[in-house]
Structures are given as C-alpha cells and as structure tokens.
Write a protein that binds this ligand. Sequence first.
Ligand code: 26V
Length: 822
Amino acid sequence: FIIKEASDNDLDMESLGRDLNENLFYYLGKSPLVATLQDIYHAFALTVRKRLLQRWINTSMAYVKQKVKVVCYFSAEYLPGPHLGNNLLNLGIFPTISQAFARVGANLDYFLDQEEEPGLGNGGLGRLAACYLDSLATLEIPAIGYGLRYEFGIFDQEIRDGWQAEITDKWLQWDNPWEIHHPEIAYEVKLGGCCQTHPDRDGRLVVHWHPERVVKGVAYDTPILGYNVNTCNVLRLWKAEAIESFDFQAFNKGDYYDAVDEKLVSENLTKVLYPNDEPFEGKKLRLEQQYFLCSCALQDMIRLHLHFAPNLGDFHESWAVQLNDTHPAISVVELMRLLVDERQIPWDQAWDTTRKVFSYTNHTLLPEALEKWPLPLFAQVLPRHLEIIFEINRRFLDSVRLRYPGDNSKAARLSLIDESGDRYVRMAHLACVGSHAINGVSALHTELLKSSTLQDFFELWPEKFYNITNGVTPRRFLALSNPRLTALINSKIGSDWIKDLYKLRQLEEFAEDPDFQQSWREVKLANKRQLANAIKARTGISVDPQSMFDIQVKRLHEYKRQHLNVLHIITLYLRLKKDPTLEITPRTIIFGGKAAPGYFMARLIIKLISSVAEVVNRDPDVNDRLKVVFFPNFNVKNAQKIYPAADLSQQISTAGKEASGTGNMKFALNGALTIGTLDGANVEIREEVGPENFFLFGHTVEEVQYIKAQGYNPYLYYQSNEHLREVIDLLRSGFFAHGDRDLFRPLVESLLYQDDYLLMADYQSYIERQDEAGMTFLDKKRWTRMSILNTARMGKFSSDRAIQEYCQHIWQVKPTFIELQD
Ligand code: 26V
C-alpha cells in the first residue's frame, strides 16, 4: 500500500483552505453558516494536524531505518500550552495564515483562543518538560516524551471573595484534536498481591508475581514538531483502562455491576493530577500512577527495541532515559524486573544496562518535598519491587562498606531505606544509585546538591554529577507570544535568533539608538495595553498602561515570598497615606499563581493580596498611582500574555530555596528587568545581563545559613525597623480585613515569631532596591537601555542550549536529519 507522502505544497493556502472546509463538513458535520468559533478552531486544528502527521511518519520511519539512539523523557507532568499557534509558528505559516484570516475579516487570535490547554502539570517542572520536548524536536534529536494522560489536569482557579476556589479542569470535554488514540498500543500493568519463588525446569530460581489486580495502559500520541525542521517527535501519554479479561470474568458470572466497577476502579489511576508540588504526601494512588507510567513506557521501549534487534543486549546503546525528578524513579527497579524476572537476563548484566540507560534530574532541595514511601505502603503496591530494591541496596551497601570500612553511619545515610524511625524507601537515593548521571538545574542549585542534599553521593561518585542550567523555548516565549517585539528584533537582526538565541547579542549595538529605543518602548506599551484589557475583562480593575507593570507570577509558596511583595505594597501605601501629594512612580503590581488546595498559608496569601488590592485600589488618597491585581488562573495561555507586558520581574525567593526558576528567564527574554535575590538561575541571569542591569537584594545562601545558625529572631527586625513595624501593625490591626484582627493573624504570627523564609531579615534591602527600580523607571532612556540589554543577553537561557548539554554530556545522542520526501 502507499503512504501518502508529504509534499512541498501541503502548506499552500489553497490546500489548507480546502482541508479546513472538508473537516468542518465531513468531520464536524457543520456548514460554514452555523459553525461556531470552536468548530472552526477544531476543523483548523485537524487541518494542521494532518500536516504534522506526514512529517511524523517520515520521522519515525527515519529513526527506525537508521537505528538511531532515542532519548526518552520520563515525566509525571507536562504543561505544553496550546498547540495550534505553536504548530503554525513551527511550520512557518503563522504570518500567512493570520493574513488569510484577516482578508476574510476574521482575527486568527479569536480562534487560537478557543483551545483548551492541557494542564498536565503543576508548575516549573512540567513546563520545563514541554520546553525540552520543543528543543529536542527543533534540534532534530530523536525523542519520545512519556507521561500520563490525566483526565482532569491542574484545577482552574477562580477568585471568590478574595479566596481561591478550585474548579475541575475538563480539558477533554470538547475532544482533543491533537492526540491520536492507539488502542493497539497497550500494556498490562500489575499491582499489589504477593510473590513466590520456585525453581524452573533447569533448577534456576524464578520469581512469580501474583498481582492483586491488573490495569491496562493505552497510548495517546501528540505530535511535537520542531521549529523550521521536518522532525516531528511524539509525546506519548498513557491512559488507564480495565483489561478485557477482567470484565469478561465478572460478566460470565452475570456480575455486570462488578465488571463496570472494575472498569471504574482501573480508570481511576489516571483520573486526576495531584495538585500539590510539596510537601510530599505518601498517597497510594500517587505511587500507582508513578509505577503505571514507568511500566507502560519501559514495556513500550522494549517492544520497539525487539522489533529491530534480536535481543536486549544493546538496549543501552539505543535508549537514554531522563528521569524528571524522582516521580519516575521506580523505573530503575521496573527495568531490572523486566530484564531479570521476565527475560532471565543475569543480574549483573541487567544492572549494567540499567545504570547506563538512566540519568536523573533533581529539581528541589526542600527536604519536605523529597519523595520517600512508607515501606508498608510500598510493599502493598509493589511487593516484587521492594524485594528488588532490597537486593540493589544489599549490593550497594556492600560496596559502600568496602569504600568506607567501619563507617556505619555513612552506610545508614546512603541507604535506599531510611531506618531512622518508621522505615521508608528514599526515591532520590534510588535514582542516584540507578543512574550514570545526576544533575541540578542551576549552578547554585547543583553546588548545594553536592554540599548538602546529595553530599554523600557526591563524595562517592563525584564524576556522576553535572550542572545543566534550565532554559526556556524562545519559540513559544518570544516568537509566538510577543509578535510585536519579534517583528522589531527581526527588523534589525533578522530571525536567526529563534534557533540560535545567542544571536540576540547583536541587539546590543542598538541599545542606545533613540529610534530603536522609541520603538522598543512602543512595543512594550502596546503589550501592556493588551494585558490591561485582559485585566479589565477578568477582574474589572482598570490599570494604567503607562504605570510600571511590576509582576510576580508563579505557584504560591512561602519560600517564593509573595507576601514580601505585599509588605512592599503596604509600605508604598503608607507613604501615600502620610503624604498624598508624594511623587512616586505609578505602579501596577500584578500577581498570578495557584495554591495547592491543602496549603493553608498559600491560600491565605491569596486572600491577603486580594484584601490589600481592595483597599488600595479604591482609596482616593492613592489616586490610581498604585494598583494591585490578582490575575486569576495563571497557566501557559495567560503566561503568554503576561510576560511580554512586564516592566519589572519579581524573583524574590529566599536564597537557597528556588532550584532554578524559569519564569525569571521568560520575563528577562521579553525585556523585563529583574528585582531578585541570589537564588537559583537568578545568579546566572545577573552574570549574563550584567550586575548594573539587575536589581539585587537580600541575604546570600551563606548569610541565610549563618543567620539561622546564630538563632534567628525575626521580632528584632520588627522592633528596630520603624517602617516594617508600621506595616506589620497595620496588617494586624484588621485594617485590610474589615476590622477582623484574626484573619491574617496566622501570617503575622508566623512572620514575627517563626519566619522560616527570612522576610523580616530581607525587608529593608528589598524596599531599598524597589525604590531604586522605581526611580530608574522614570529615566526612560536608561530603563529602555537596560531592558534591551536584558533581552540581548539571554542567549544562555534557551532550552536549546540546555538540551545540547544533555545530548553531549549525558545522553550521547546526535541529530538525525529528516527529509520531507522520504
Ligand atoms: C513534588 C510533588 C510532591 C508530591 C505531589 C506532586 C508533586 C509534584 C511536583 C513536585 C516537585 C516540584 C519540583 C518542582 O517543580 N521544581 C521546580 O522545577 C523547576 C524546573 O527545574 C525549577 O525551575 C523550580 O525552581 C523548581 O521549584
């Protein structure tokens, strides 16, 4: 039979238009007269998907023919954002399509806006996975992203009476035109039960796992097209279903309800994403999700491998697996089980293969976020895996004792099992032992990993440690989301920067050019107007696009210190109350971000922001010089509107707490200046843009450690700083809570008597730096120059650079060129 080959003219307007009409008619059953925006979006998405499929098939055929090594990114979370716009950009047809829509009096943006984004992640870690898939495809690296197809992704956030309300995310309700369901690609995954060992015919001991239940994983594929290349990789997400045999068993007994029940219980596995990103909670369903992902993905890789190779002897030469944090770390054990138990490969050989295949990225130092599973729970869900872990650990600790004779505490600290109290499986230790490479996500973070969290492993295997500073994709976060700035940049230096972000350096020579500066400011103003309209539509608040847009968008967390930002707002407010004629830089302070539903303090901080906004925004003394906005439901779609409109980016976490941050990069790329601490990738951003173009404040990691070691007393800062005292006193007087002194009491008390994140200690330097930023903003030329230089110097923070480092140092993979006509 003949595969329809991709042709050079599949992107012309005529063929696109024809397909769009056909899809509307034959797929959706609509005539153009009655079609809704959603219908047309859908028909158009299918039209574009068809173009991707042709490239997709060529890509997979080329990988197979050339027997290339493939990168498998294992991640429990992905936040790809809307696909349509990005695919148009990567196909190179965004401008022509947008013009074609305009010619018939339609605005392409309205249709793009119809797309419901897959919210299959919590925040930074899931978005990073999506940026990396984009870069892998753009760099023409053979890659598969493996993940879970949660039916309900991260909740939609609404703000009601100032509080966060969670609304179920129904991203699949209108059908998902980007995915292809593959019922024929399915694997069985065992759970629970017990194990028995008995000799086989040759007298060798073999283990049989008798599961309590079996669930089926079915593949759903989404094409991931690279920019300006024909490479189209895949994001393969697994959905849990009941296996047929279980249904039939119950059915035969006439037990219809049990059969249906079985189906419901099985499908529960991929029903919902866990919406907390810490602290770690040992929930059984979460462990089952993690294992389900790993087992499906590894079975899939083995099946693909055996299509083209006689055995698994060279498995590690064909596959590199990256573990996105410890969530998929159980795959180390699962691969051992598949090799040893199911294919009778000798332990040593299997272990050698396993270690060569896996590498592990750590994304957090927070001890409370590290995954450790209670042993009884682990034994209940994965009895065979626990046995294998014990065996891995026995061999590992033997080698540790040889290396450190007599040092029992060393062995206890390194052990895969925490036995200091109740017993736990330490997933980070499993990931370290089962991988050939371990990396942190910023220079500072990697140093801290080596000196604290993973210190013993670093002493044991220093050669396994790498730093790979995170990056973001310039396609989505500049070319697509900021078309005005893109056009301006292109007019000066062409568009090569989209694939080689270091090329933005060429903008430096225009940093002082008055005309260029003027255009730069006009672009920013237009973006701010657009965001102002969105703010008005979502919140009813009017903001002045001429004011400084001072923005903090990220998950809500005490360590990220959104409440420090609030202390600054109250400081400004008090200044205006004392002297209503005071000249200050007009500011619009914008927040966005979701709080984990069970995180009381984070939710209270949202309420605080809303309450302060309510008072400040309507106080005539303020006279519109200060506005506070909580922009609801921060997600990828909204992010694309927000970053391009920022003047000032707030990256104000306590030093040592934010592993990297990636929002910091997206802001600076779009010409925002940063006010920030020496934390995560801020350190490197400041190095790149130059300290004179960055507003630095706060204690360093070493100072934080020193302060805490001395016995930190936040109350002393309250007593000795008059302004801080006034701010705290106003807050606890009930002034922002309609007289209720109790509402914010937990927050105030935690600041005065606990303050784990050193807000009180960093307050003064934060205020001083904010004042400097405010003054600098009034000097338009200076600010614009700094803004241009920020964009110009962001080359390092492209996810392309990060992925090239992974390819070279960790995965040992090379690009494969894909021709359109295969
Ligand atoms: C932990 C847990 C715990 C159990 C429930 C579900 C869940 C989901 C995620 C996490 C890990 C959160 C780690 C994370 O997102 N880290 C962020 O990773 C970014 C990419 O490297 C980095 O830029 C951020 O600084 C870091 O906080």
